[in-house]
Design a protein around this ligand. Sequence first.
Ligand code: FES
Length: 155
Amino acid sequence: MKTYPRFAMNSVIPRREFLEKCSALALGIATAVPCFNGCAITGFSFYKIKSNDGKIILEVSQFPELNETGNGIQLDDENSNEEILLLKKSENEFIALSPVCTHLGCSVRRENSFFRCPCHGSTYSLDGKVIRGPAEKQLTIFHTEFSNGNITIYL
Ligand code: FES
């Protein structure tokens, strides 16, 4: 099981870390709180987060899951109630998409190289396109920008 000592409950936050978090907040960079009950049902590590002005800004280096191409995380935005899957497509390219199946709204799960909906079997490519129905529409894609080590997701 992964541990995230920076966010451990009942621990004292070092002054330097406290100041870094304050700086991040001042810049509008979201701080994420990992959930310790394992992966989300989508198969990704799961973080609760709060968007600001319709966007989420993450410092990519804070998420070890995003070190490798093909990996990803799930974000649960407490302000919009959106769930977002953020995948690293290449060194400087990310894709953010909704895990909500466009057929009847179940959450898709990641298989090796595609998403599968457990409800009626729709499958989607990792960039959200329908491979097999009954879903007819692709997964919702959120616009992203990557700059200076930060990823901005527009909701
Ligand atoms: S809800 Fe996903 S295939 Fe029906």
